[in-house]
Design a protein around this ligand. Sequence first.
Ligand SMILES: O=C(CO)[C@@H](O)[C@H](O)[C@H](O)[C@H](O)COP(=O)(O)O
Ligand SMILES: [Zn+2]
Length: 197
Amino acid sequence: MSQDIIANHLQHSLTALERAARDAALLATAHRVAATIVDALRSGNRLLIIGNGGSAADAQHIAAEIMGRYKKERPAYAAVALTTDTSALTAIGNDYSFERVFARQVEGLGMRGDVLMALSTSGRSRNILAALRMARERGLVTIGFTGSNGEALRTACDHLLVVPSDDTPVIQQIYMAYAHGICDEIEQGMMREAAKE
Ligand SMILES: O=C(CO)[C@@H](O)[C@H](O)[C@H](O)[C@H](O)COP(=O)(O)O
Ligand SMILES: [Zn+2]
């Protein structure tokens, strides 16, 4: 092992990313996730995305790819990160509890057929689990992105993408690599379907 902390991080990330890229089950889940989101968007439903910390930033990043554009010029698709409204987050956190910050927004905004995408490296964040339970109650499709210790999310999610790492930053990097691939597939899938109309 080299003394170079940054080089070590890159090497460790690369090894985990190579493992993730070769994982056929993971790739199959990612294709199902993209197809699920295309179905929902084409039906006029929305993609809601949640996460804490770095994953809150990732939630916003993914929503921006879908609402803005990934690579191609096309109409906007309905995606929103529930991590951005500081008034809602502080009011709900203050008046109820931090555990409710996403569940309450899912209760208010989520409609049957919408998709909730939950990013949690540990799979144990209580506000994420509470939001997934609320999503089920409201008839949303639930998608989880997590790391190898995130099996707690399994029963709460219709589709669970488990990245083969237990290191929080590396999990985030790999699920963003998958998320970019999924955004590409969503954009191409939506444009293909629109061209048939
Ligand atoms: O970005 C990082 C670490 O890389 C942190 O901000 C990290 O996201 C936070 O500790 C989160 O609270 C972790 O939550 P989760 O992924 O376990 O649900
Ligand atoms: Zn991070």
